[in-house]
Design a protein around this ligand. Structure first.
Ligand SMILES: Cc1ncc(COP(=O)(O)O)c(C=O)c1O
Length: 394
């Protein structure tokens, strides 16, 4: 029998669970009570004393260290960014790519990753998209496409559009043996799956914090392997300097870069969100990402069994090793208003309707969803539908 996480207490932390059936954590996770409290504490401090900036900046470093530890990195390997795209763009522009070099990617991966690299076409860099012929990408997907000018492999850890969980560790081993950079978009996986950047062999990893890390939009981070000191920031601000001028007058003769990932940081921080992240990291680490991972995959098992019984297809992988919290149901778009009418929040996706679990979802949520699908399939509504796809039972 499957052991589901007893998340009764966690559900109380997420008031959304009383308001609707929220199955859209791959889009944005609703805020929880302790994140709101951290934000309120920050705003109260701002109101009352215009900000105890040294205290806030100390907390920025505490959260940086905790975030680093959370993904198996050292604090000096983490730069704060504003989102995944910014991290990926920093990564793409930090590598000294020459005309004729090539970057390997997976066809159809998130456009925010693709465009960061496609922007280098103007420098003569060749961006090659590989068609995925298997459930998920692994070293075997990329190996036949590597040639003497390949410098980088870049892909998502978990895909937003079908929930594939690519085998990053095998790709990391391949990249090490062929001396390639591996750049990973972990927007969907961070906070949901355990991440160990060293074990995965990642060079740089970018993510935002508004999904699995449970804070409002506007904060991201970039992990940069500290051995990659050759990486150069495309933008420079005082924060990126080893010797920032104490008198705030720029020194043209001293552009030495700060060691570590902080050479990529620019200006002031998203302080409210970093405070929120301190609170959410406590919640997530108390539960443990291994438990969150097992929970969402177990919910996926239950969902797949329910879909199978109804004859509704699944767009992504079925194998537990190849999936995480994202499940795309092969139902047409006219199901979106039906779900909305029944107070269920899901997302339209390329191949159907995306259901994505968060740590606050439970078995009853899956039962409710399956019952709603069954009810519509059996209803007159469905019988009268002109679209054969609308009635997968037929
Ligand atoms: C895999 C992936 N990358 C990136 C993003 C978003 O990029 P950004 O954080 O820059 O908005 C998303 C979804 O929001 C995503 O699913």
């Amino acid at each position: 029998m499957t052991n589901f996480l007893d998340n009764t207490a966690i559900r109380i932390e997420f008031p959304v669970t009383n308001r609707m059936l929220y199955l859209d954590s791959a889009h944005q996770t609703p805020l929880c009570i302790r994140v709101r409290a951290a934000l309120e504490q920050f705003f109260t401090e701002g109101y009352e004393m215009a900000g105890p900036k040294p205290v806030w900046l100390e907390r920025v470093e505490v959260v940086r260290a905790r975030l680093a530890n959370f993904i198996g990195a050292a604090p000096d390997e983490i730069a704060y960014t504003k989102n995944t795209s910014e991290g990926l763009n920093i990564a793409a522009n930090a590598i000294d790519l020459k005309p004729g070099d090539n970057v390997l990617m997976i066809e159809g991966d998130h456009p925010n990753n693709a465009y960061a690299w496609l922007n280098l076409k103007r420098k003569g860099v060749d961006i090659r998209f590989i068609k995925l012929e298997t459930d998920v990408a692994s070293a075997e997907t990329f190996a036949p496409h590597i040639d003497s000018r390949t410098r980088v492999i870049s892909l998502s850890h978990v895909t937003f559009h079908a929930g594939q969980r690519h085998d990053i560790a095998s790709i990391g081993t391949l990249c090490k043996s062929r001396r390639l950079y591996l750049v990973v978009d972990a927007m969907q996986s961070v906070g949901v799956l355990p991440i160990d950047v060293k074990a995965m062999g990642v060079s740089m990893l970018a993510a935002g914090c508004h999904k699995g890390l449970l804070v409002p939009q506007g904060l991201g981070f970039l992990y940069v392997d500290r051995n990659l000191s050759e990486l150069h920031p495309a933008y420079l601000a005082t924060a990126g300097l080893e010797n920032p001028p104490a008198d705030f007058i720029a020194r043209p003769d001293d552009l030495a870069l700060r060691p570590g990932a902080r050479r990529f940081e620019l200006g002031n921080f998203n302080l409210p969100d970093i405070h929120a992240l301190g609170a959410s990291l406590t919640l997530i680490t108390d539960i443990g990402t291994q438990s969150i991972e097992a929970h969402v995959i177990n919910l996926g098992d239950k969902l797949i069994a329910g879909l199978d019984a109804l004859g509704v297809g699944l767009a992504g992988p079925r194998d537990r090793r190849h999936r995480a919290h994202i499940y795309v149901l092969m139902l047409p778009m006219d199901w979106i208003p039906y779900f909305a009418k029944h107070n269920v929040r899901v997302s339209p996706e390329r191949d159907g309707i995306r259901v994505s679990f968060g740590l606050f979802n439970n078995e009853a949520d899956v039962d409710t969803l399956i019952a709603l699908i069954r009810a519509r399939l059996e209803s007159q509504d469905c019988e009268n539908s002109a679209s054969a796809l609308t009635c997968p039972l037929r």
